[in-house]
Design a protein. Structure first.
Ligand code: AMP
Length: 215
């Protein structure tokens, strides 16, 4: 199964992608994660992406395309993948179409995680990752036991560098201006399935499952 997860920053793409990985046994391909790994290893590509990432802007298309191409060539992506955070503008959507046409593996569906703007903002400002378990948590929404469990395990609740208020505002603006138009594009080619992203993780993943069952 080849899926794109579309949705604003904070709509839960990363969390839901992890659920789909468990269900379908196909990898999550997140351009944000790939870029952060490049940054961490201080590669040339990572260093070129850094200023844009810090400011909440999109990094140049050719950089993400290179990362996506490299990632989709790997063996584990042969039977499918979940694209999380790519494409993010029309030009990337066209690049993806061309790339998948070349390897004769078209998309099966694009799932839009649909959520209100003020909930999005809280999800982003409250988002943390446990430094020990890697679990994604939220100081506004996660059960206190889960937050405490991270600390009890000797971990810290780490906030992503680009989850500060100024960058968040920028990322939401970029989404509205550049990524939202993809909803219409994927609707017009009959790939779009809209999923209500409000509610608990399990509720949303149930809805996603339903949307994918009919494929
Ligand atoms: P994410 O983890 O998906 O929220 O991405 C974090 C940051 O990485 C974004 O704010 C962008 O700066 C950059 N980024 C991730 N995916 C893309 C993409 N498809 N195109 C351009 N920039 C991206």
């Amino acid at each position: 199964m080849r899926i794109v997860l579309l949705g604003a920053p904070g709509s839960g793409k990363g969390t839901q992608a992890q659920k789909l990985v468990e269900t379908y046994g196909i990898p999550q391909v997140s351009t944000g994660d790939l870029l952060r790994a490049e940054l961490q290893s201080e590669s040339k590509l990572g260093l070129r992406a850094k200023a844009d990432m810090d400011a909440g802007r999109l990094v140049p298309d050719e950089l993400v395309l290179e990362l996506i191409q490299r990632r989709l060539e790997k063996d584990d992506a042969r039977d499918g993948f979940i694209l999380d955070g790519f494409p993010r503008n029309s030009s990337q959507a066209r690049d993806l179409e061309n790339l998948l046409r070349e390897i004769e593996k078209p998309l099966d569906a694009v799932l839009l995680l649909d959520l209100d703007l003020d909930v999005l903002s809280k999800r982003l400002t409250g988002r943390r990752t446990c430094s020990v378990t890697g679990k994604l948590l939220n100081i506004h929404f996660s059960p206190q036991e889960e937050l405490d469990a991270c600390i009890a395990a000797g971990g810290e609740l780490i906030q992503r560098a680009d989850d500060n208020e100024e960058t968040i505002a920028n990322r939401l603006k970029v989404y509205q201006e550049q990524t939202r138009p993809l909803i219409e594009f994927y609707g017009s080619v009959d790939l779009l399935r809209v999923v209500d992203a409000m509610g608990a993780v399990e509720e949303v993943s149930g809805r996603m499952q339903k949307a994918l069952d009919c494929l």
